[in-house]
Write a protein that binds this ligand. Structure first.
Ligand code: PRP
Length: 209
């Protein structure tokens, strides 16, 4: 039998929408992912394994070929830069927006704006294109707290329902990009494991339709 294909999946919210999509493509893990501490999972296909990792790590695993395919949000893909991988399918799940947000009626400083974010690359590019000087403050979560405690003037974060912003007295300001999950494929895998990888991409593509 040929080498198995590995799909890297992100833990957390996105997984709840990813598993039904994979099931529609006929791929189901043998174990219950939510109840196991395992990181590698067999599926009903002997030729397909799943690995479960932090969402920001999915592009890295696929870039280096540790996983042949991956499912990751456009946010982590844009932050990673996409080296070594192809973005093949917009899965149209886990949709939201990447936005700037701040206090509704607080004027922003004219000098260097302090921006807190988990996405320093996207944020740097966004403000660079606008010729705006910013001081980036890298955080790993709960960005909404930063303006509240005076750590930053504004944040760059994902907005879905807007509830987290509202609950902290903040308002969305500008949209940076629309976000959804994407199927990504290692560039070499598409060449070396050509047929199997292509067939799997097509199966998942059909499941989206
Ligand atoms: C995400 C995001 C926002 C929130 C937006 O955080 O960073 O905080 O969801 O959703 P809403 O507009 O529906 O309120 P998540 O809960 O994934 O946790 P995180 O802070 O660890 O990123």
């Amino acid at each position: 039998m040929s080498d198995p294909l590995t799909i890297a999946l992100a833990k957390g919210r996105i997984l709840d929408e990813t598993l039904p999509l994979l099931a529609r493509a006929g791929i189901e893990p043998v174990d219950d992912l939510s109840k196991s501490r395992k990181l590698v999972f067999a599926t009903n296909h002997p030729g397909i394994n799943l690995v479960l990792i932090r969402s920001a790590d999915v592009p890295t695993y696929v870039q280096y070929g540790a996983a042949d395919l991956g499912i990751a949000g456009k946010d982590v893909l844009a932050e990673h830069g996409g080296e070594g991988l192809y973005e093949r399918v917009d899965l149209k799940i886990a949709t939201c927006k990447m936005m700037t947000a701040g206090f509704p009626d607080r004027p922003l400083p004219r000098t260097r704006l302090k921006v807190a974010t988990k996405y320093p690359e996207i944020t740097r590019r966004f403000f660079l294109e606008r010729g705006r000087q910013v001081e980036l403050i890298k955080l790993y979560g709960s960005m909404e707290l930063a303006p509240v405690v005076g750590l930053a003037d504004i944040i760059v974060d994902l907005v879905d329902s807007g509830n987290t912003l509202r609950a902290n007295g903040l308002t969305p300001l500008e949209t940076i990009m629309d976000i959804s999950s994407r199927l990504i494929v290692n560039r070499a895998a598409l060449k070396m494991k050509n047929e199997a990888a292509k067939a799997l991409v097509e199966k998942i593509e059909k499941a989206v339709e």
